[in-house]
Design a protein around this ligand. Sequence first.
Ligand SMILES: *Cc1c(COP(=O)(O)O)cnc(C)c1O
Length: 217
Amino acid sequence: MTLKENLKQLQESLPPHVQLIAVSKTKPVADIQNLYEAGNLDFGENRVQELIEKQAVLPSDIRWHLIGNLQRNKVKYIAQFVHLIHSVESERLLKEINKQAKQNDRVISCLLQIRIAKEETKFGLEKEEAERILTTYKELYPHVKIVGLMGMATFTDDEDQIRNEFKELKSIYDSFKKHDESLEILSMGMSGDYKIAIEEGSTMIRVGSLIFGERTV
Ligand SMILES: *Cc1c(COP(=O)(O)O)cnc(C)c1O
């Protein structure tokens, strides 16, 4: 199947409240252009250098999502154009995003990444810390807007474990949402687990290999 067919098939299978982010990391600009022409405007990248190189040569109405670990000293390179940062995992990072957003006269939308996986390598905020940030950031950092949460499940074949981790994130999301109406995005689910994520309440999935094929680099 072609990329466009992969995209179309996936899109048609999704409930209307679930938004698809096509994760184009390591994939060539031509592939992104191809899917852009098929009507997909949302793309996710996890490396700043790669993101800025692609952004420079692709159509300006593409909505770029930063989905990976973001170093504070690199925020300045994407602050002018990034659409949504999915991976805010510290207040120090949020503070830097606020600073760079202000310099660009913008308000940058962000998701707080919550640690739900049991793996040491996965990162993210604990619930208590996320709650503290959510209840205090608005006065401190007016150039950021926290619009939801993101999480990654453990990399495992154990579907029950994946489901339980997504359930946990959904329950944290629901409890925060009661006090903050700006929270409208729950970013969870990738190629291998997006169906479970949607069953457990995801509103945004980040899918790479299922659309673009396996990554070889
Ligand atoms: C790479 C990546 C994805 C997409 O992974 P696939 O398994 O290729 O769908 C989603 N989210 C994050 C944070 C990623 O780094």
